[in-house]
Design a protein around this ligand. Structure first.
Ligand code: ADQ
Length: 835
């Protein structure tokens, strides 16, 4: 019986031209040729032919390797595959072939068993996750690491304890991409890492495995595959495969297995694993683990695999499967991505991105919005400067040079793939060692850094392969953020679109804070390196300073669409008070402006999973355990800060930048009143030196009631949010505000100035109807703050049920990014179809 390649949709035959993974942990000489790519030198791909390994058979046999984790690998001997499928030129009645056949059947069974195990673990994890939070937006992680080891008997073996097998530091996998660049995805910072879990993704072999079964190479076999996964320890792993390794992801098991050996597909398997493939015709496909089994199951002869091409359009591939896939129980049709046919390539460009770099809310947004867009099915990248040495990103080997102020500056690109998002870091001496002083230096220093950053970021889709494939400039939208990257839309136009390049690339500019605009004297124009006539975009008349140079202005005019981070702020931006000199222009461009309220990262900022609540007496809690968990966190906070541990005393907190915007001076004015209220006040912030000093002074003066923590501590921000009862946000203006969202998610009741995003997100408490989420006051004045806080304290003390209702309503909200991501998608689409 002939078995066509349709049974093995991912099973491909490699040839000498194909790049190949380094096999790892080979315990005895291989008997087969091995193509080895040596890092950095594609010319050194060497064909270690059969004789190199003491084997006389010169038949081109290959090893497919799928590196798991960052360290673990397994090897698949193509010879075996041929033995079951394709005539290799080796006599099929050869005893060896029979042996190989038998061993392959054995291996197949093992692989199936492992797959079952993986799926079971996935199902368990999924059950756990769904029991934790039905509404949770975060993606469950795979902890079912299945490993394959190339053992002495040349068989694929499964290590029952996946944590036990590792490859050493110098064992690496490198891919080579068209000679343009190479990327080493192995993180050498860890001595030992768990093995990959993706290798268990297959659907079996062929029953019976007839002697002369052929395996033919599909016309359009994936030439580059990538598997990304998150392991139990939270480490991320990226594996790039080529054709040779694609054999590891195969399909079709099963003949010869017991009748009831069906594989159950969990309702929704974790999507932490992703397989990206590029077809030979340049088309691109993505399979995540959450859809992989369905993907495979659906890919019958009559239902060809759906693939996503580089333009994001899903279309059938020539890869097909046989009805063997029917042996896998699928729980239903794989739904299309939420974005449907609208999937796009999206690149968010920002000056900071949590957790690597963060000075405020922009970092949070850059770290979490892209993940929500990716969950909708878009191919998403974040580009951010590399301010220090970060553990996850690896050097892609891509080097480019850009002119800044007449000098050629070299940049390198680092890359990692986490939660469905490619994070690309631009490395240059100009960014390096900035640490957390991201915006340090004088005006021109920052300007030059941003010129370099925007120039380098815009060409990432051309030059930086992610998972082996560059994004390209078709069906692509950039999301630039604040003035730091407002040059990007301008460069897109001036350098590219004006010259017929990047014709299908669009830009969206997000206003997080209009107060910072990248202003300077008109002469600053010489630093941005643009044709003379572009100066008009930057020139702005200011009643105070006359004509000046304004980067935000140029970005707002040039971007295809503009978003700001709440509806309230989009309205305020158009007023002379809220527009900070740009209101006229924003009014002129009103047609392309939209307000979208930020979401929060439900994984990082979730009291149920918060990693900062796992020690020092803190505890994770949820709506169900609010009444015990939150008081425990409060006591732990009081203890950590050296305050009296008193459950009955309300803890009021403030977290944020110490500047005019945040209204911390209004809190200062209210402090004399507050200390008479038998409350505790905890303030965390950095910023203006005078305000920092003020915090210290309050702590000295009222040591039994006030703590002023001067510094930037993410851990303390989380702990304070969990342990406090009340959050104060008397911001003078607040485009969105994230702290009030975090607070509500933690059952901490906000008292806010009703402005911008604060007004949008904190519905005032109505004691008659028991509705609302907190207290608001309508003017940024300390007496207004005192009024609102007074009512809040009264409710806290006298109306416990109402208080609990406030907490619960806050926690029950869906504050996730999913809703916002959908709205961003609409904006991206509008930009896409805009000419
Ligand atoms: N000392 C400290 N230690 C630890 N963490 C600290 C800290 N000071 C601040 N943070 C953290 O920084 C973030 C601040 O976010 P915000 O949205 O409140 O303000 P920001 O003004 O920076 O952001 C701008 O952009 C965001 C995103 O769009 C808008 O929400 C906002 O209105 C706009 O002003 C929060 O995650 C907070 O916990």
């Amino acid at each position: 019986m002939a078995t066509s390649i349709a049974s093995f949709p991912f099973l491909v035959e490699t040839n000498a031209e194909a790049s190949i993974l380094l096999p790892i942990k080979i315990k005895r000489p291989l008997r087969f040729p091995l193509f080895v790519y040596r890092p950095g030198k594609c010319a050194e791909i060497s064909n270690l032919n059969a004789s190199s390994f003491g084997h006389s058979d010169s038949t081109s046999l290959n090893y497919g390797g799928l590196l798991n984790g960052r360290r673990r690998g397994w090897l698949w001997r193509t010879n075996d595959l041929r033995a079951i499928g394709k005539s290799t030129g080796i006599s099929q009645d050869d005893d060896d072939a029979e042996d190989v056949l038998q061993s392959t059947i054995e291996k197949s069974k093992k692989v199936l068993a492992m797959q079952r195990d993986l799926l079971q673990r996935i199902a368990e994890r999924k059950k756990l996750v769904s029991s934790i939070n039905n509404d949770s937006i975060f993606e469950p992680q795979v902890d079912g690491n299945i490993s394959y080891e190339f053992t002495d008997d040349d068989s694929l073996s499964n290590d029952s304890n996946p944590q036990n097998t590792f490859i050493s530091r110098d064992e690496a996998v490198v891919y080579q991409n068209g000679g343009m660049s190479s990327s080493n995805y192995i993180d050498s910072s860890e001595e030992k890492l768990p093995k990959a879990s993706a290798v268990g993704i297959n659907q079996g072999f062929d029953k019976g495995l007839p002697e002369n079964d052929n395996i033919s190479t599909p016309e359009k076999a994936p030439s580059m595959l990538r598997v990304d996964g998150q392991s139990e320890d939270g480490k991320y792993e990226t594996i790039t495969l080529d054709k040779a390794s694609a054999v590891g992801i195969n399909q079709g098991f099963d003949k010869g297995l017991p009748e009831n050996d069906n594989i159950s597909t969990p309702e929704k398997a974790p999507s932490m694993l992703r397989v990206d493939g590029q077809l030979e015709d340049g088309k691109y496909e993505t399979v995540t683990l959450d859809n992989l089994t369905t993907y495979l199951a659906n890919s019958t002869e009559t239902s060809p695999l759906k693939v996503k091409n580089q333009d994001g359009v899903r279309e059938p591939s020539s890869l097909e499967t046989t009805s063997e896939a029917d042996n896998v129980e699928s729980e239903g049709e794989k739904p299309l991505p939420l974005a449907g046919a609208n999937v796009m390539n999206v690149i968010l460009v920002a000056a900071e991105c949590a957790p690597w770099s963060k000075t405020g809310g922009l970092g949070d947004v850059a770290g979490s919005l892209p993940k929500a867009l990716a969950r909708r099915g878009h191919r998403v990248m974040v580009v951010v400067p590399r301010y220090g040495h970060y553990a996850e990103p690896q050097d892609t080997g891509v080097i480019r040079r850009y002119k800044v102020d007449g000098q050629d500056i070299e940049v390198r690109y680092f890359q990692t793939y986490i939660d469905g998002v490619d994070f690309v870091f631009i490395d240059s001496p100009m960014f390096r060692h900035m640490g957390n002083n991201i915006y340090g230096g004088n005006r021109l220093d920052i300007l030059k850094r941003m010129v370099l950053f925007c120039k380098a970021a815009i060409e990432v889709p051309w030059y930086v392969p992610c998972g082996g494939i560059c994004y390209g400039d078709g069906n692509l939208a950039f999301i630039a953020n604040d003035w730091h990257t407002a040059l990007l839309p301008v460069y897109l136009k001036a350098y590219y679109r004006d010259h017929g390049l990047m014709k299908f690339t669009r830009s969206v500019l997000v206003i997080h804070n209009i107060a910072h605009q990248g202003r300077g004297p008109v002469d600053d124009f010489s630093y941005v390196d643009l044709p003379e006539h572009y100066i008009d975009l930057f020139k702005l008349y200011d009643p105070l300073g006359g004509d000046h140079f304004n980067i935000f202005a140029a970005g707002l005019k040039t971007a295809d669409r503009v978003v700001t981070v709440s509806h309230g702020y989009s309205w305020e931006l158009k007023t002379s008070e809220g527009g900070w000199g740009l209101h006229g222009m924003i009014n002129d461009n009103d047609w392309k402006l939209r307000g979208i309220v930020n979401g929060i990262d439900n994984k990082d900022w979730n009291p149920q999973f918060d990693v900062h609540l796992k020690s020092d007496g803190y505890t994770n809690y949820s709506l169900e355990t609010l009444q015990t968990g939150k008081p425990q966190c409060k006591a732990a906070l009081q203890k950590e800060l050296g305050l009296p541990i008193r459950e009955d005393i309300p803890v009021i907190c403030f977290i944020g930048r110490l500047d005019h915007q945040k209204g911390v001076d209004l809190i200062a004015e209210a402090v004399p009143w507050m200390v008479g209220q038998n409350v505790q006040l905890v303030m965390l912030g950095t910023g203006r030196p005078d305000l920092e000093q003020m915090l210290r002074q309050f702590e000295c003066q009222h040591h039994d009631k006030i703590r002023g923590w001067v510094g930037f501590s993410v851990k303390m921000a989380h702990r304070i949010t969990a342990g406090a009862d009340i959050l104060l946000m008397p911001s003078r203006f607040e485009p969105c505000g994230l702290n009030q969202l975090y607070a509500m998610n933690y059952g901490t009741v906000p008292v806010v100035h009703a402005v911008g995003g604060l007004r949008d997100t904190v519905q005032p408490f109505d004691p008659f109807n028991e509705t609302g989420l907190g207290w608001t006051f309508d003017r940024a004045e300390s007496n207004k703050l005192i009024d609102a806080l007074g009512n809040c304290l009264l409710t806290y003390r006298e109306y416990k049920k109402s208080w609990e209702g406030l907490q619960r309503r806050g926690m029950a909200q869906d504050l996730s990014w999913d809703n916002a991501a959908q709205q961003y998608e609409e904006v991206l689409l509008a930009a896409k179809y805009q000419w």
